[in-house]
Ligand binder design. Sequence first.
Ligand code: S6P
Ligand code: ZN
Length: 190
Amino acid sequence: MQPFASQVSFSTGVIQPSGKVIERRLSDMRGMYLDTAEYDRIMREEGDRLVYQVYPVALPEEPGQVLHCTTILYPGKVGDEYHMTKGHYHQLRDRAEVYLGLAGRGYLVLQLEDGTIDKVLMEPGTAAYVPPNWAHRTCNVGDEPFIFFAAWPGDSGHDYGTIEKLGFAQLLVDRGGQPTLVPNPRYGQG
Ligand code: S6P
Ligand code: ZN
């Protein structure tokens, strides 16, 4: 493989050239937001919102590579729960990851498989570390797109199923203007 470079726009999050851009809409996240009545109302009255996009640099997912991409997480809420990514563990649980905040304001929410939760505030310039074994999800707590760059080992793989089934033990919600973690009453119900 030859060395190469990609251009990352810090203001828009667009990477050029990029691989296939991933778009996640509200309909891709059915069951993930706690307030299902509000989810249904938005889908019915406002339509299927774009929640986030991922611009990947095209690379083979194999040992030795360092995969990297940007995520553009649009502002908004479902009820009092902030727009968020689906969240995942890495298939190989001991593969870590680095996030770098480029624009906007968000939280990285992390969880171990025993339900232990932590969160890290991310602003432009914040390099946040996802250690081995932690599931990770980001939430936009601002009024502008929250944009970050991520890099992780090429053989990590993604396990979405565990989070789709069990959820996160705590959810990030707006409590009087303050992003606050609250217990997820549906955690672990499968
Ligand atoms: C990949 C890394 C990020 C996420 C992206 C979208 O390991 O953690 O690039 O893929 O932020 O989140 P998700 O949970 O839908 O993959
Ligand atoms: Zn990841």
